[in-house]
Write a protein that binds this ligand. Structure first.
Ligand code: AGP
Length: 611
């Protein structure tokens, strides 16, 4: 993901401070390079740097930029390697722009532009947008028309900040797929990828919706739809205080950490996927392909949320590496005298790396000659020191007691490891790996789309925080998400919730169903869809309410649900990374509704370092 900022003020103001501060507050979104472009009397002035924002700041120290209008960008590379020439902003003729997203049809658009003798300075998909707008603007001299005609040609996700050389009295913003917010105070206007950079600058803000175009002037912001019709935009007062910035402008750490997941995905995937997208990179793993072929069985051992990630690991390793996997909660594993030897691979999963039961399991496995891999979030943890190898999940510090971003990082790491093992065991080809990795790279953007549903989920909270029982169901890779959703709800709302394999409903839990029960059904369109639909019908027939998490456009499921939460269409194995977000948000919303202590729920600790 990338971060966008932009600002315009009165002619005697300098927007540099907002742009640099804003980029630093967006650095969590991606930081392999960054750049800034300002406009003074028909001249663009651009400064870019590879590395963190401090590299850009160092350059700006010696190049004193001053202007009342400018845009800035912090980049996570998707198209084109990390380099200064690929860093944004990109300029084509009269147009300078910054972009967050992926243009899926950029190759064909670039080919058409090259045929029109357009030359390119970068390898990015972004630069083609600048050329398309400039090409249309050169003909019409109408910025809004040029933007409208361009975005109608683009497929994919793109939020943009756009300046036109001839106009230093306004600039433009476009929102499609990835978030973009506009902000204003009495004589300046701003754009940013989230509200965070607006704190201490804007008094009011409004999130743009897909295909909305904003014209940003110092004393007003006009929003149009893609047809050019002016829209009435409701601005909200910016409540966040600068002292709340440690929570990223959110009310709770858990809320912030749920919203950090797109970036955590970026960090987890960074350096783990080859540029050609056909290889998982685990170079430092001290196991040769022959060593990996030696393992006849895999144990995955963890507790709580980490155990749910381990359950996904079972699906992935058995599917892609075809090695039998047993998943165990550590407190059971350590006392059941498991069959361990040097042809067994033991994988421990732990956010803290200090969970007593999981540590004990690891020691037991290691003593029996099993090779122990830890998937852990803490470099200086006991588990890291004691395991044969650690894959770090790069989730950053997770303050909320209820695990959220560590889960999605653990689950995606399990998928990467299963693909790595599959390649070593030759049970999956590069051609089969490539589309999965290509889809994984898009997940951060799709997570941002799913996070937009926090509105729908918060409505659920007010409806359902008075119900007595929540039953979460799912099949296949969706079953661990049902368990995770139930655990989240229990942990922070103290309501009773159970997670069940949907096929088990008839074997007892359906007796719970009455009008005080809420069914949360994870039911995307895959090969088990019809079976879960039947489970939902059984619950509805007995008076239960239904919240469903399904595929975008599934009108049938929507009609059967009291609340329907749509998910983008992604391959089945990646669905859990998206569908866990609504269940996290549901627990958060009900907890807030109930006035619970979201970050520090009663009786719990962030790390269970005793049995
Ligand atoms: C999850 O929300 C809970 N906080 C808890 O179940 C946690 O996942 C479990 O204690 C394991 O912790 P670990 O990942 O640090 O080992």
């Amino acid at each position: 993901m990338c971060g966008i900022v932009g600002a315009i003020g009165r002619k005697d103001t300098n927007v540099l401070n907002y742009i640099v501060t804003g980029l630093k507050r967006l650095e969590y979104r991606g930081y392999d390079s960054s750049g800034i472009c300002i406009l003074n009397e028909g001249t663009f002035n651009k400064v870019r740097a590879v590395g963190k924002i401090k590299e850009l700041e160092a350059k700006l120290e010696s190049i004193k930029l001053v202007s009342h209008i400018g845009i800035g960008h912090t980049r996570w590379a998707t198209h084109g390697k990390v380099s200064e020439k690929n860093a944004h902003p990109h300029i084509a003729g009269s147009v300078a722009l910054v972009h967050n997203g992926i243009i899926e049809n950029y190759a064909e658009l670039k080919e058409a532009l090259i045929k029109k003798d357009r030359s390119f300075k970068s390898e990015t998909d972004t630069e083609i947008i600048a050329h398309l707008i400039d090409e249309s603007y050169t003909r019409t001299k109408d910025p809004l028309a040029a933007i409208k005609s361009t975005i109608k040609q683009l497929k994919g996700m793109f939020s943009l900040g756009i300046m036109f050389k001839e106009d230093c009295n306004s600039f433009f913003a476009v929102k499609c797929g990835t978030p973009l917010v506009v902000g204003r105070d009495k004589d300046s206007s701003y754009i940013a990828s989230d509200v965070y950079p607006l704190v201490e600058y804007a008094d009011e803000y409004a999130f743009l919706e897909d295909h909305e175009i904003a014209k940003i002037s110092p004393d007003h912001i006009t929003v149009f739809n893609i047809e050019g019709k002016e829209l009435e935009k409701k601005f909200q007062h910016l409540e966040i205080k600068s002292e709340d910035l440690s929570k990223g402008g959110y009310r709770y750490y858990m809320e912030k950490e749920i919203h950090e997941q797109p970036q955590v995905m970026v960090d987890t995937l960074q350096d783990r996927i080859s540029a050609s997208r056909d290889k998982v990179l685990l170079e430092d793993l001290p196991l040769t392909d022959e060593d990996l072929c030696r393992f006849k069985r895999v144990y995955i051992v963890a507790c709580g949320t980490a155990w749910h990630a381990g359950m996904l690991g079972k699906y992935f390793i058995e599917k892609y590496a075809r090695v039998p996997v047993e998943v165990d909660v550590a407190s059971e594993f350590r006392y059941r005298d498991p069959i361990l030897s040097n042809d067994v691979l033991t994988i421990l999963i732990s956010q803290s790396g200090e969970t007593a039961d999981t540590l004990a399991a690891g020691r037991q496995a290691k003593k029996s000659g099993s090779f122990v891999i830890a998937i852990c979030n803490k470099p200086n943890s006991t588990m890291n020191r004691e395991s044969d190898f650690t894959i770090f999940t790069q989730a950053g510090s997770e303050i909320g007691v209820a695990a959220t971003k560590s889960f999605t990082s653990q689950a995606s790491t399990m998928l990467l490891l299963s693909l790595y093992m599959g390649k070593a065991l030759k049970t999956i080809s590069d051609d089969e790996i490539k589309p999965i990795l290509n889809d994984m790279v898009k997940i951060p953007f799709q997570m941002e789309q799913v996070l937009k549903h926090s509105e729908i989920v918060s409505n659920v909270a007010s409806m359902y925080s008075k119900h007595k029982t929540f039953l979460f169901i799912g099949r296949g890779v969706h079953f661990p998400i049902a368990l995770e959703g139930a655990l989240k709800l229990k942990e922070i709302t103290y309501l009773h919730a159970e997670g069940y394999a949907a096929g088990e409903l008839k074997h007892g839990p359906i007796a719970l169903v009455d009008n005080e029960l809420v069914l949360v059904a994870i039911c995307p369109k895959d090969e088990l869809y019809e079976k879960t639909i039947s489970n939902i019908e059984e619950v509805r027939a007995r008076g239960g309410d239904v919240i469903s998490i399904g595929s975008e456009g599934d009108e049938r499921l929507k009609a059967m649900s009291n609340i329907f939460i749509p998910m983008p269409l992604v391959s089945k194995d990646l669905m859990p990374l998206l569908e866990v977000i609504p269940v996290q948000l549901l627990a958060l919303s009900v907890a807030i509704q109930k006035g619970a202590d979201v970050d520090k729920p009663r009786n719990l600790a962030k790390s269970v370092t005793v049995e």
